[in-house]
Design a binder for this molecule. Sequence first.
Ligand code: NAD
Length: 302
Amino acid sequence: MSELRFDDRVAVITGAGRGLGREYALLLAARGARIVVNDPGGPMRGDGIDVGPAEEVVREIRAAGGTAVACTESVATPEGGQAIIQAALDHFGRIDILIHNAGNVRYGSMKDLSQEDFDAVIDVHLRGAFHVVRPAFPIMCKAGYGRIILTSSIGGLYGNANVVNYGMSKAGMIGLNNVVAIEGAAEGVKCNIIVPGAVTRMADGIDVSAYPPMGADLVSPVVGWLAHESCSLTGEMLVSIAGRVARAFIGESRGVYQKDWTIEQVGERIDAICDPADPLIFGLDGHVDHIRYSFERALSGR
Ligand code: NAD
């Protein structure tokens, strides 16, 4: 197979000054993409500014013969998001790829997480996604081409203690992904989610000694393919952790159909209702009419 390249493509990568985003930037740049390396730097809580990380990645890309510019705006505000996308237009005249990867972390249990720490994480991960997708999407539609990659997490799919702000944000990516995939389908714009796992500074304090190697370089080829013209998926989620790549999806049990129900009957039939055998999975087959399709499946017993 010939090398998949990104010549003439322009990619905006948020949070690209470190960790996973840096790895995506280096890979895409090495394959010919021109990159906006977005990162305001700063500590893991996401406050404070340090222009160092974004500029260092730009230096690395240029030293390897690639093309990149740094942008230290924050994704946490609509103005910041607009400025990040504008940087691609100002420097390179176009935007083909948007990878929303920026992330901060603030811990606190449901009993004591502060409103400030809740908002700070929602603003970067969840609102931040909207802040960059919103200005990029119409430009991509006008060009008839775009690839958008959002970042979720195992904590978003299945939950984790002490990070309700993070879990809600990462689950919220699924809603954005679905809508952008549906609205972008006729416009040449594809949107997918990466569910990564890698030892970066986000793993600080977590014991990873029992795990296989978890380099960010194991995730970047998956994101690279999702960002490429040849990507055949949209509205999907790919998990990439420690070398294992898989599809994550939302499924429904086949369900039980009755013309009417009582509370007692729900209790009596709860095992059949929850039976995961032969599940319904929406997505890859196209976004079919959910109600009609699932109703027919329940009636037909398939
Ligand atoms: P990281 O801390 O190394 O990198 C995140 C980058 O985002 C940092 O450089 C940070 O400065 C930047 N950032 C923070 N606030 C920003 C803002 N307002 N605007 C723009 N950039 C901002 O962490 P990472 O592990 O590389 O994480 C990258 C993404 O992957 C995050 O969205 C994270 O939630 C997600 N993720 C990571 C893992 C993992 O195992 N590392 C697992 C699941 C999800």
